[in-house]
Unconditional design. Sequence first.
Length: 314
Amino acid sequence: MAGLVQIGSASGGGCAPRARSREPKPDWLKVRMPGGGRYEHVKRTLRELNLHTVCEEASCPNVGECWGGGTATVMLMGEVCTRGCRFCDVASGTPAPLDPLEPRHLAAAVSRLGLDYLVVTSVNRDELPDGGASHFAQAIVELSRAAPRTLVEVLTPDFQGDAAALDMIVDAQPTVAAHNVETVERLTPRVRDRRAAYGQSLEVLAHYKRGGMRTKSSIMLGLGEQRGEVLQAMRDLRSAGCDILTLGQYLRPSEKHLPVEEYVRPEVFRDLEQEGVELGFKFVAAGPLVRSSYKAGEFFVQRWVEEGRKVASQ
């Protein structure tokens, strides 16, 4: 990894964790082995650049679809998170100092991959004065210079709700600004680190929307939430101006993490997807294998951007 990138998110995870616990998995969580020309190109290039991704390391079920469609997710600011969410397999503790050259090195690597869509996320760095926001923003700027054809979605920490830090992300102008609420309000204290407040996450999304950003969030199901609570979380996200929503099945990374309370059936996800459309989300991707970084959503963003360009040119 050379201190550069990893995939997933300490604040929500772009991809599914490897399920090492012993709960029996239903058939709808089984996927085909990945393959194909573009998938192999992305995999080979990542190897050559010594870039490791949670897409592989966490055995994300969507790796074939995403890499085959020209999408990848990279993680900034190291491998150690200052928070300890109870669903997340990223190590928590005291991180190493930031590498000031990381944004430039990452941009150079991404330019070689020839990606259509890149998701950039990070661990939480609460020990830094700005939570690492300036480092994150610099990466967005470097990526826009080195890979101008690649659309960049950022899945950011909450930066402790600091408006100045959030403004750094807005000013860098990513294609999409995402932040995950992860779960319903009642379960937030049990599922997430004590510093990750439900209301604070909603305010992060509202701040990005006020800055003119396309916004996105994600909810995991199967942690003991009730349907009414999920619908309320969806309404809360719409009130915060959230444009895009993904809903997926929580999978337990290890015996040390929260257990899966329920494997939610595909038809429940389909119903929630329809509910989301009726609530006014511009796009909803919902299903057992859907993650916050999910190719179907990225196809939608690409169309959204193209439509905006057409309108601007008229």
